[in-house]
Design a protein around this ligand. Structure first.
Ligand SMILES: Cc1cc2nc3c(=O)[nH]c(=O)nc-3n(C[C@H](O)[C@H](O)[C@H](O)COP(=O)(O)OP(=O)(O)OC[C@H]3O[C@@H](n4cnc5c(N)ncnc54)[C@H](O)[C@@H]3O)c2cc1C
Length: 679
């Protein structure tokens, strides 16, 4: 398509999503300016360990993209945008083969095929991996491709630049960014006709997390404060298996369990025996016992709650701040030998040896849940075709509510609903980067007027605003230290807005955040330097984190239900009705279970796809539903009522730094929500 805009498209972020978006734009011959806080090869994506999902089905299990879709929707408790999830899962095998052709050294089977391992929330071997350093291999492969376009002059990189402001024209359309050189501290406006945010999650809002230390969500907060809607902020993933650390948490990838690692605690609370001397009869493999089908590979929200629960009940090992459960690879070592395990998991084993202490091939690891992933993010849209596929020719795909502003990767909200499945993040980053890159190209090609033709003062007001913020922070004289304030923020958010939530604590957290915002006005910087001033950069990030934390917390406060990672015990079925959840048969993609007939008889629509059923089909379903016990029917009615009210994305709008919350619509089209069971 001919492009009317001569301005390069701005991509903020050089992780997997940003690099893929840049590639897609450059492939069409359009120029890109790529901004990153760090060299793009050091973007947080480099940390990804376990792998990337795609139903390639080389493992002889009859895997299929539809099963991948179903697992993803069920994993996200049906809060995901279904059309996009389907499109992503159908593209997944192609994306894996594309990466293979780019030279990613995927682990192979003995026949030379790409090997797939199991990950959480599925019963299939669906995760392609390059040992246990998949993110690094993927990022380096994409970096090479982008460098090719850089050499051709189509991509210009701005590494060590911090995006601190969004430029909008008089009609509210995105027309560029304000960025700051983190070394010279120079602030500059960069005009463009489209801006793609690919800035990752917001781990540092929670203080210690498994994320890299630049993953603050600051740029996402900048967009939110500029009018972009922030959606599903309260859905924060706490990974079940992290190594606690003084400085940060380090991940023990789900691939450890995918290969055969087992989670256990001593059956007797307070048993301090050496785990290697303990007989199996004295160990409690609580995940395997409670979830015989999925075992140690239940979805992360489920595993995290179970680990918390056994620790709260006193079964954890270590105690106090060192509370942990065992993640044990010694069974796998006995079965397959050290060499096999090292080959599959080498990179993560090294991390444990270095930071956890001890060789995991010899001793069980001690792990505890830790903040890991941001399911929510900048709200973004898409266009569907009449047959509910993605309309690839639309400029609306992945566009936020600010025209010309796009979001891709972990910074946006559409794919993972209430809980992300392991190894679906890399996939969604790459897929959404492709979609956003293409859409931004289409959009800029159809614009009636480019920013180039606008008043030369475009963006000056935003630049002044950013300068004024810096002057104010530098001038401030008070008794607050920005790093100590951040520590407080992290502790507060981790305590009250992660695994277990209640309204009283959420309300007090909101109050504390407002207080913190006031206290920010008393932050005194120690470093007054005008070059490479990290404290100054961090102060801006900190302010933006507080504003974002408010949106996350308010979303959590107002969502009175239990869905995926958002667990409010007061709103569980048992707490509300004072009844046990009755036994019923799980509904899957291939089996209607017990809920299917009930739903189809009630609505007259097919559970999958929503087509109108014939009167005969409705009658047949009714006959099956009539056989269900009154307890099961009562539970299903409750499930429907909760969904009617709450299966909606939270939409936070920033009004003078305060979040105003409304609710949107989940875009259906694949399957009606069904009760989520993993036993
Ligand atoms: C330890 C760990 C292991 C993981 N393993 C897996 C796995 O095995 N499989 C899986 O699917 N997922 C995994 N994940 C999740 C996955 O790695 C991330 O979701 C994904 O890499 C995010 O990619 P991204 O491109 O959206 O953002 P990132 O890779 O975080 O990149 C963000 C980019 O934005 C830039 N940026 C941010 N703010 C600004 C700003 N203000 N100005 C300029 N630039 C900015 C950064 O410099 C960076 O280039 C893992 C996560 C962690 C923490």
């Amino acid at each position: 398509m001919a492009n009317k805009s001569n301005l390069p498209i701005i991509v903020v972020g050089g992780g997997l999503a940003g690099l893929m978006a840049a590639l897609k734009i450059a492939e069409q011959g359009q120029k890109v300016r790529l901004f990153s806080l760090v060299p793009v090869k050091r973007s947080h994506s480099v940390c990804a360990q376990g792998g990337i999902n795609g139903a390639v089905n080389t493992m002889g299990e009859n895997d299929h993209p539809d099963l991948h879709v179903y697992d993803t929707l069920k994993g996200g408790e049906f809060l995901n945008d279904q059309v996009l999830v389907r499109e992503m899962c159908y593209h997944a095998p192609g994306i894996i083969y594309l990466l293979d052709r780019m030279g990613v050294p995927f682990t192979r089977t003995y026949e030379g095929l790409i090997a797939f391992r199991r990950f959480g929330g599925t019963l299939h071997h669906r995760t392609a991996h390059a040992g246990a350093s998949t993110g690094q291999q993927l990022l380096y492969a994409l970096d090479e491709q982008v460098r090719r376009y850089e050499a051709e002059g189509l991509v210009e990189k701005f590494e060590f630049w911090d995006m601190i402001g969004l430029v909008k024209d008089s009609e509210g359309h995105a027309r560029g960014i304000i960025a700051q050189d983190m070394q010279s501290m120079e602030m500059k406006k960069f005009l463009s006709d489209a801006v793609i945010m690919a800035t990752g999650g917001c781990g540092l809002v929670f203080g210690k997390s498994t994320n890299s230390q630049v993953v603050t969500g600051s740029a996402n907060s900048v967009c939110y404060q500029a009018g972009a809607i922030y959606a599903n902020g309260e859905f924060i993933q706490v990974h079940p298996t992290a190594i606690p650390g003084e400085d940060k948490l380090r991940l023990m990838s789900e691939s450890v369990r995918g290969e055969g690692g087992r989670v256990w605690v001593p059956k007797k609370p307070g048993d301090t025996r050496d785990p290697l001397t303990m007989p199996d009869s004295d160990k409690w493999f609580f995940l395997e016992e409670k979830y015989p089908k999925y075992g140690n590979l239940v979805p992360r929200d489920v595993a995290t709650r179970e680990i918390f629960d056994v620790c709260l009940k006193g079964f954890g090992v270590g105690g106090g701040d060192n509370m942990a459960v065992y993640l044990d690879l010694t069974y796998l070592v006995k079965e397959k030998g050290k060499e096999f395990v090292r080959k599959k998991l080498g990179a993560v084993l090294d991390i444990y040896s270095k930071f956890g202490g001890g060789d995991p091939l010899d001793v069980p690891m001690r792990i505890f849940p830790g903040m890991h992933y941001t399911m929510g993010g900048l709200w973004a849209d898409f266009d569907a075709t009449a047959d509910k596929r993605l309309n690839w020719d639309s400029g609306k795909n992945h566009m936020t509510n600010i025209p010309g502003l796009y979001a891709a990767g972990e910074c946006e909200f559409q794919y993972h609903g209430a809980n992300r499945l392991g190894a679906n993040a890399l996939l969604s980053c790459l897929f959404s980067g492709m979609v956003a890159g293409k859409a931004a190209h289409v959009y800029t090609g159809n614009l009636p007027k480019s920013a180039e033709a606008m008043d030369a003062s475009l963006g000056d007001a935003e630049l002044k605003h950013c300068q004024a913020f810096q002057e104010q922070v530098t001038r401030q004289d008070g008794n607050e230290n920005v790093y100590r304030l951040h520590q407080e923020l992290g502790l507060l958010m981790t305590k009250n807005v992660t695994v277990i939530r209640n309204n009283k604590d959420l309300e007090s957290t909101l109050g504390a955040l407002s207080d913190m915002q006031q206290r920010f006005g008393r932050v005194k910087l120690v470093d007054k330097g005008l070059a490479g001033n990290h404290e100054l950069t961090f102060a801006r990030w900190m302010y933006n984190m507080i504003v974002l934390a408010k949106a996350i917390t308010k979303g959590a406060l107002l969502r009175d239900e239990f869905r995926g990672a958002h667990y409010k015990p007061a709103f569980e079925y048992t707490a509300v009705t004072r009844k046990e959840v009755p036994k019923f048969k799980t509904t899957t993609w291939t089996d209607d279970g017990d809920y299917g007939p009930y739903y189809m008889a009630r609505t007259g629509q097919n559970l999958r796809g929503g087509a109108q059923l014939t009167p005969e089909q409705v009658a047949a379903n009714k006959a099956k539903a009539d056989k269900l016990s009154p307890e099961v029917i009562e539970h299903f009615k409750w499930f429907d009522e909760v969904n009617e009210k709450w299966n909606k994305p939270t939409l936070a709008k920033c009004l003078n730094t305060e979040p105003e919350i409304t609710y949107g619509q989940v875009k259906m089209g694949v399957m009606a929500p069904v009760p989520r069971k993993y036993d």
